[in-house]
Write a protein that binds this ligand. Structure first.
Ligand code: C2E
Ligand code: CA
Ligand code: CA
Ligand code: CA
Length: 273
């Protein structure tokens, strides 16, 4: 396109895409063109749908769908992560309020990137949005990764404490992939730990992997945390996690992420079965 030419022919192969992504992502964020999808989580003991995780989606006008793994880092580098996080929170809490009003007691989890965790007014902003949508704080879970907490542990823990004081639930995402010591989990004011998909996907392929997942579940249990397994793709993994006493599961075996408006129809269809 003519747009690519603006940056000149002498940039490295990846350059033009990155540059257009920044400017087009800016437009998408400012226009509110990003969409929020939700992926259900089930409680293993009861089979009940306890809530959803909000996952942001970008349908690029010419490149098609671009995954958050690609554009979240771009948003972080270009100062767009603040407004992006704010939009995801707003859409998620609006959806949560609608579900509650319809008698569906569903919680919602939102991912916080490293930058958002260190945004000066994050706590006030979350408090404001909860009040604005009339959603009880305990219906919101904020997911942070070990990595983002480790950037500035002292400050992160202080922010997490303030969120915790608001009544918001906190979760450690992608657990097991970082480099922090296991004992660090004990010092984080969190209520939940999410076992990274890489361990869950490998569950059926060896006793060592079962041992790792069992260890994380036991650790979480002993620290009084709820344990979520993400990336559950088949019944065998589901059954294994049930036998390991995992609390919640999320993954394609239950449902893929779907548009917000599809959730209640999906729930209704599931109940009928
Ligand atoms: P995540 O937080 O670990 O989210 C889980 C990812 O695994 C999602 O990818 C989800 O669609 C995918 N997934 C869920 N179940 C399965 C399964 O059974 N099998 C497989 N193979 N994959 C599964 P997605 O939506 O592409 O998001 C990727 C990452 O982008 C997320 O990883 C999260 O780190 C980030 N992200 C997504 N939405 C947001 C957001 O609103 N804000 C921020 N800061 N980050 C976000
Ligand atoms: Ca997550
Ligand atoms: Ca994760
Ligand atoms: Ca991830």
């Amino acid at each position: 396109t003519s747009r690519l030419r603006l940056y000149g022919p002498d940039l490295d192969a990846d350059g033009p895409r990155r540059l257009t992504l920044v400017s087009e992502l800016r437009t998408a964020v400012l226009d509110g063109a990003l969409e929020v999808h939700v992926q259900p989580q089930a409680a293993l003991a009861s089979g009940r749908i306890a809530g959803v995780e909000a996952l942001v989606r970008w349908q690029h006008p010419s490149l098609g769908p671009i995954g958050p793994d690609e554009f979240i880092p771009v948003a972080e580098r270009s100062g767009l992560i603040g407004p992006l996080t704010s939009q995801v929170l707003d859409a998620s809490l609006a959806a949560c309020a609608t579900w509650q009003a319809g008698g569906h007691d569903l919680a919602v989890a939102v991912n916080l990137s490293t930058r958002s965790l260190h945004e000066a007014d994050l706590v006030e902003h979350v408090a404001r949005l909860l009040a604005c949508h009339g959603v009880a704080a305990e219906k919101l879970t904020l997911e942070v990764t070990e990595g983002s907490v480790m950037v500035d542990p002292t400050r992160s823990v202080a922010v997490l404490r303030r969120l915790r004081d608001l009544g918001v639930r906190l979760s450690v995402d992608d657990f097991g992939t970082g480099y922090s010591s296991l004992s660090y989990l004990q010092r984080l004011p969190v209520q939940e730990v999410k076992i990274d998909r890489s361990f869950v996907a490998a569950l059926h392929s060896g006793a060592e992997n079962v041992a790792i997942v069992r260890a994380i579940i036991t650790l979480g249990r002993n620290l009084g945390l709820e344990v979520v397994a993400e990336g559950v793709e088949d019944q065998a993994t589901w059954d294994l996690l049930t036998s390991l006493d995992c609390d919640l599961v999320q993954g394609w075996h239950l449902a893929r992420a779907m548009p917000i408006d599809d959730l209640l129809p999906w729930l209704a269809a599931r109940t009928v079965q």
